[in-house]
Design a protein around this ligand. Structure first.
Ligand SMILES: C[S@@+](CC[C@H](N)C(=O)[O-])C[C@H]1O[C@@H](n2cnc3c(N)ncnc32)[C@H](O)[C@@H]1O
Length: 282
């Protein structure tokens, strides 16, 4: 097979940057005070995720509909969504390039094994989707906050297309350019960082906790840009929502508003940080 050397280089650089950040610091771990990997650690991360920052995840992505379905998750993080999908009966495979996250996801799943999970784990795999062999024919591929960190994302999407069964669904959340959080990132870059670092570096530092000087890849885009990418890779969008507007964005009144209530959801529809897409393999 002929491999384009520039693509190979881009892929290895992007993955090296991701490993550099997430092998040492687990995503969202700044939200937990309990020791890493403990039951309390996962509970704190889960509470922040579903109780504050992204409460829409299980409903928007319809985890309840995953019973008996073969689900492939790309970028497992702490395994919080994995556990939720297993509770809903998914037959789960997770893939990630960092051992740190795979170990955490495994541990999180192990800790809830006594809770009568109706789903089961089929496989947990280390590596890049383009470099590992998977059985395919998945009903759902799910990736929350992952593809925008992958420089070779279009190749990933083509591989996802091959791995989904015909009519299978791709469920993704990707960063939005026109968002409150991005506006805040730019303002703090101008006023606090005073442009000492590049905006990319600053954005990665604040959004992903990467040390300054070693940013991870972050793509922020409009809805139309992502829709066109999806169409090029063979996906038809069946549901879209702009999400991710938290109480803290509205000082004073924000804390009185329900994290998944009408007001914050209406604000998210305009200035949310995530484009959430459910797509069908055309
Ligand atoms: C921002 S975190 C999101 C994790 C999780 N989905 C969540 O929402 O908490 C990005 C995840 O993607 C993983 N990742 C980055 N590049 C990857 C790649 N090429 N293949 C698989 N996983 C990757 C990282 O290790 C990390 O677990």
């Amino acid at each position: 097979m002929n491999v384009d050397p520039s693509t190979e280089l881009e892929r290895s650089r992007s993955n090296a940057r991701a490993r550099q950040t997430w092998e040492t610091q687990a995503v969202g771990s700044q939200r937990a005070t309990a020791p890493k990997g403990s039951r309390a650690y996962f509970e704190q991360i889960r509470d922040y995720r579903y109780g504050y920052e992204t409460p829409f995840i299980p409903t928007f992505f319809n985890f309840a509909d995953m019973r008996g379905k073969r689900v492939l998750e790309i970028g497992v993080g702490n395994g919080v969504d994995a556990v939720e999908m297993l509770r809903c009966g998914a037959v789960y495979t997770g893939i990630d390039i960092t051992r740190n996250h795979l170990d955490l996801a495994r541990r999180n799943i192990e800790l809830v094994q006594d809770q009568n999970l109706t789903g089961r784990v089929e496989n947990i795999v280390e590596g890049d989707l383009l470099e590992v062999s998977l059985p395919g024919n998945y009903d759902v591929v799910y990736a929350f906050g992952v593809l925008h960190h992958i420089a070779h994302e279009a190749e990933h999407l083509r591989r996802i297309y091959e791995l989904l069964r015909p009519g299978g669904e791709l469920k993704v959340a990707l960063y939005s350019r026109y968002s409150f959080f991005n506006l805040w990132l730019v303002l703090t870059w101008l006023l606090k960082n005073r442009m000492r670092n590049t905006l990319e570096d600053w954005r990665s530092h604040l959004a992903e906790c990467s040390p300054l000087g070693t940013p991870v890849v972050i793509k922020i885009r409009s809805k139309a840009e992502i829709q066109s990418l999806m169409a090029r890779c063979g996906f038809e969008v069946v549901r879209y929502g702009k999400k991710g507007f938290v109480q803290a964005y509205l000082p004073g009144i924000g804390r009185f508003l329900a994290p998944d209530g009408h007001i914050l959801n209406a604000c998210a529809g305009v200035l949310g940080w995530y484009h959430c897409f459910i797509c069908r393999r055309a």
